[in-house]
Design a protein around this ligand. Structure first.
Ligand SMILES: Cc1cc2nc3c(=O)[nH]c(=O)nc-3n(C[C@H](O)[C@H](O)[C@H](O)COP(=O)(O)O)c2cc1C
Length: 381
């Protein structure tokens, strides 16, 4: 499609002349200014046929309606500065954050690296952000001014400080959660799977239990709670986590975060090693994401939902993830390589494929037979 072709062949080349983090910030700044381009792109992509099939994309997360199942992953807009722009690009929902208790600069730069041969990224941002109080107030202002009319979820994480464990870690997470009690939120994700902090992803069921106990007790607004899992989790740990999630009536899981693994990359080994530590994201995660979505879907209660995240970059990927058991998907790295018009283009293809099968997104959840039929109408990944 033309808009994404233009991004891949022109804009991405210009942005890739910049340092990856500067390019990310610059790209975000461009979003609100791209109204003209948005009008042209929208008119080209959202034809009458697509618009009449559009309602087939509608679905729900934790009982709340979303216009379509494709969301912005955590980390893209950590500080909730660009929420209304993402809505205009037709995302169905977004997760802001990860938000931590206080302002944090994160790890030292450089901390973001592109691996173009894999369309992937390695990052060790280390949870930089404005802090819970500022971000909650910003989100509130945006709602009150009518700038936001689409579902926003919150992702919270423990502050990236050495030796923050047990009761202190719980109090830290809780203080972020409590800041958002007056906000309008689709759901809240607890991110204990970030590999880029002093402690790395949490693999301790006992600490996770303390966290879930405290957050559930403080959840006066009854926000649906999701837990973000690491693609590096063992089957044993996933089973433990799902058991805990039942005890605390969690709404579901985001599968998943970035990975510390470097296996199966096309990029030259020396280039990968030079990037150093960090979480890998993008297409190399796709197969592991699908496997984790499948496993968690089998383990969880039928009332719980899975949101798939990891290497999604096409309408076919969305179909594969939902057919594997996810109720919705999120993406980050595909935006770096293909730009924001990718979303409208993927959704248009998906809506037309659903129309051909007279089906809806909710019918696709865990339905491999329907998945195969839809894939036959879609371009290959
Ligand atoms: C630069 C960068 C920053 C990220 N920051 C966060 C974060 O703050 N919180 C979080 O839960 N996930 C974070 N993620 C992980 C993404 O939300 C997502 O789980 C991961 O990138 C896999 O999806 P993708 O392959 O579509 O990028 C970050 C990812 C990247 C690339």
């Amino acid at each position: 499609m033309l808009a994404t072709w233009f991004y891949r062949n022109f804009l991405a080349h210009l942005l890739f002349l910049l340092d990856p983090e500067e390019a990310h910030d610059f790209g975000l700044h461009l979003l609100p200014a791209s109204t003209g381009m948005l009008k042209v792109g929208r008119a080209a992509i959202l034809s009458d046929d697509v618009l009449s099939a559009w309602p087939r994309l509608e679905t729900a997360i934790a009982g709340s309606r979303i216009a379509n199942p494709v969301g912005v992953a955590a980390g893209v807009d950590k500080n909730a500065r660009y929420v209304s722009s993402f809505h205009e690009f037709e995302f169905g929902f977004m997760e802001i954050g990860s938000v931590t208790a206080d302002y944090s600069v994160g790890n030292t730069r450089p901390r973001l690296f592109r691996l173009p041969a894999d369309q992937a990224v390695i990052n060790r941002m280390g949870l930089n952000g404005d802090g819970a109080k500022k971000i909650s107030a910003r989100l509130d202002r945006a709602y009150k001014s009518g700038m936001i009319q689409f579902p926003v979820a919150l992702n919270i994480a423990k502050s990236n400080l050495p030796g923050l464990h047990g009761a202190a870690a719980v109090a830290d997470l809780l203080s972020s959660f409590e800041q958002f009690q007056k906000n309008n939120l689709l759901y809240v994700t607890i991110n204990t799977s970030c590999p880029n902090t002093h402690d790395g992803a949490l693999n301790e069921a006992s600490e996770l239990k303390l966290i879930l106990e405290a957050i559930s007790a403080a959840n006066c607004r009854n926000f649906p709670l999701f837990l973000k899992l690491s693609p590096d989790s063992t089957d044993e740990f996933m089973q433990l986590v799902v058991n805990l999630s039942r005890e605390f009536a969690l709404a579901g899981f985001v599968c998943g975060n970035t990975s510390v693994s470097r296996s199966g990359l096309n990029t030259n080994n020396a280039v990968v090693t030079a990037c150093g530590a960090g979480g890998l994201s993008g297409p190399p995660l796709r197969e592991r994401m699908l496997s984790q979505v499948g496993k968690v879907s089998l383990l969880k209660d039928s009332s719980q939902q899975v949101i798939a995240c990891g290497g999604i970059s096409s309408a076919a990927d969305v179909v594969a993830a939902i057919a594997a058991g996810a109720s919705a998907v999120q993406l980050y790295t595909a935006l770096v390589y293909q730009g924001p018009f990718l979303i409208m283009e993927m959704l248009a293809q998906l809506a037309l494929a659903l129309e051909k099968e007279k089906a809806s997104i909710s019918e696709l959840v865990g339905n491999d037979t329907l998945g195969q039929k839809l894939l036959a109408h879609l371009p290959n990944r």
